[in-house]
Design a protein. Structure first.
Length: 400
């Protein structure tokens, strides 16, 4: 190793997906968590790691709000991908964006690039990244919907990514056991070293949440994107069936926005369930905690066609002391089963039955509440966070 190489300050790069990384950095630089997020953000944990190691940091997101900020230690940029394409154009867009990321971090002399899977495809690194740039994929979503056979397109992408996961990557950050199993499947059990992590939270954020209300209606909370694949129309059908049965003791509250907002609002009126099915739109942190405080349980009806990640909402419901109704489509189930009423994926009658059981059986509800308390500490443990896993990877690299 040359003298110049020995004296060079370590430079870490992070491609973070679609979040507003400039906004998060601005809060982090003031010693604050991003108030728009409930979990500790992965980008703030990246900044922490750079500070711990005295490394320079380059952080790039595809947030549509184009902006950049630079300090002596950090370069942070929101670099939009542009309008989402479809068909072949979508895949070309993903590849081009990753090539752009490679060009930026190489020009800034990064030593290691950590890239979230929501940034784009990984296989371009095999063709366009210099060998001197070490790659650490950060996988937050399943590689294909776990309850379904992988599509032809997904099989091709998995085939193209295989050598990166097995040979080119220095290590892999992995959010769930479902992702781990799929990695082993496509690489023939020959992946780079895998470092697991789970979402991380501040205990003080949840300590003042009151217990669930003792009055009716029984409020079920959904928090997430308003998209068909997230199961929002399944929730609407459940509400309609309850109304038909004359059950007015259960209400649904949906927090979030998405491409199906208008269609869902029209369908609510058409089904005549306005009194028990409420859309609240996107909620800032304080408003979100208000809805959590008024809730009795969460429901996460993600459909099997969706490549679900851990789904942090499941962890947040546990931390709030609220049981969850969901299916095996959510990888988080492996970590919180004791507090979950599990149903088969995409099964509306089973979801309906679970909703009625949880709202009407006090013994079952209390049993799941106790499960919540038993499971909370894992999400407060910094040693299980993404940042801790990243530091373990970097320390191992430093020691050869």
């Amino acid at each position: 190793m040359s003298q110049n190489k020995q004296n060079k300050r370590l430079c870490l790069a992070y491609a973070a997906g679609p979040g507003d990384i400039v906004g998060t950095f601005s809060y982090w630089h003031k010693g604050m968590d991003d108030p728009n997020q409930v979990a500790v953000t992965y980008s703030s944990l990246f900044f922490d790691a750079c500070r711990t190691l005295g490394a320079k940091g380059i952080a790039i997101s595809s947030c549509s709000r184009k902006e950049r900020i630079a300090t002596e230690q950090f370069y942070v940029e929101n670099l939009p991908k542009g309008p989402v394409k479809s068909g072949i154009a979508f895949h070309v867009q993903q590849v081009r964006y990753v090539i752009k990321i490679i060009m930026i971090v190489v020009s800034k002399q990064a030593d290691i690039l950590i890239m979230a899977d929501s940034t784009g495809y990984f296989f371009p690194f095999l063709w366009f990244a210099p060998r001197s740039l070490q790659i650490v994929p950060s996988l937050h979503c399943t590689l294909w919907p776990k309850s379904r056979e992988s599509s032809i397109t997904r099989k091709i992408i998995s085939f193209l990514n295989r050598d990166l996961f097995s040979r080119r990557a220095s290590a892999i950050l992995c959010l769930s056991e479902d992702i781990h199993r799929q990695l082993l499947n496509i690489t023939g059990n020959k992946t780079a070293s895998i470092y697991p992590f789970i979402p991380h939270y501040r205990k003080e954020l949840f300590k003042n949440i009151p217990p669930p209300p003792s009055t009716l209606p029984f409020n079920l909370l959904y928090a997430g994107r308003i998209e068909k694949e997230k199961g929002i129309f399944d929730l609407l059908e459940i509400a309609f069936l309850l109304k038909q049965a004359g059950n007015t003791t259960i209400a649904f509250h949906l927090c979030g926005n998405g491409s199906e907002d208008e269609e869902l609002r029209n369908a609510i009126v058409k089904k005549g369930v306005e009194s028990i099915f409420h859309l609240h739109g996107y909620c800032q942190q304080e408003e979100m905690f208000g809805h959590i405080s008024r809730s009795h349980a969460f429901i996460v009806p993600t459909r099997s066609s969706f490549e679900e990640g851990f789904n942090k909402v499941v962890a947040e419901s546990i931390l709030a002391g609220r049981p969850v109704i969901t299916s095996s489509v959510c990888p988080a189930l492996d970590y919180v089963r004791e507090a979950v009423l599990e149903v088969p994926p995409d099964d509306i009658p089973a979801y309906l039955d679970a909703v009625i059981k949880l709202s009407s059986c006090r013994k079952l509800y209390l049993e799941k509440q106790i499960g919540c308390k038993n499971l909370q500490e894992q999400f407060y443990d910094p040693d299980r966070s993404w940042g801790a896993a990243l530091l373990r990877i970097l320390n191992k690299m430093a020691h050869g």
